[in-house]
Design a protein around this ligand. Structure first.
Ligand code: UGC
Ligand code: NI
Length: 176
């Protein structure tokens, strides 16, 4: 494979609620709309972290586990997909990082975010994203998405050969 042009390599951005807002929710305690004690004060509830949207077309929520093989970096991106009938959330059941690639349009430059410290994501219904990209080790993810009638996965091949960088790349500084 010929060496990718530097401009084809996507920078890994820190995953923050603000930066990801156009694409979905970041699932982490800081995203809670309310935090309050429950169970006689023996636990804290980080309430309402993400909007689960599964009702379109007589749909219902599914809870599954993906056991994902780690991907090798650098990595070419070949496709993106979207789920027109429902949201889709991935929550790592370990604290290994994973990469989230999203785009407003399959034929414009995607954005790549690095999830750290157990952060999860909830793609809004219709958000273009790359299939799960686990890193470092076989990792389990809790997946909350939509079951029911209808075709809920539209996949598009990328015309441009965007690349994810090697594991040692620096993160972009957080957006100002
Ligand atoms: N195919 C499947 O359920 N997984 C994808 O939707 C994904 O985003 O990883
Ligand atoms: Ni998906």
């Amino acid at each position: 494979m010929s060496n990718p042009r530097p401009d084809d390599v996507l920078a890994l951005e820190p995953l923050t609620a603000a930066a990801f807002a156009a694409f979905g929710d970041v699932i982490e305690p800081a995203s809670a709309r309310q935090v309050y004690a429950v169970n006689d004060g023996t636990a804290q509830r980080f309430h309402d972290l993400a909007r689960v949207d599964t009702g379109t077309g007589d749909g219902h929520p599914l809870i599954s586990i993906f056991r994902a093989e780690p991907r090798t970096l650098p990595m070419p991106l070949r496709c993106v997909e979207r789920h027109p009938l429902g949201s889709q959330a991935f929550v790592p059941l370990s604290r290994t990082p994973f990469i989230v690639v999203v785009t407003a349009d399959p034929h414009t430059r995607p954005r790549a975010f690095l999830s750290q410290n157990g952060q999860g994501v909830n793609y809004h219904r219709g958000t273009w994203h790359h299939p799960l990209i686990a890193l470092e080790q076989v990792s389990d993810f809790l997946v909350i998405d939509r079951g029911g009638p209808g075709d809920n996965c539209e996949e598009v091949a990328l015309r441009h050969r965007w690349m994810l960088p090697g594991a040692g790349e620096l993160l972009l500084p957080p957006a100002a």
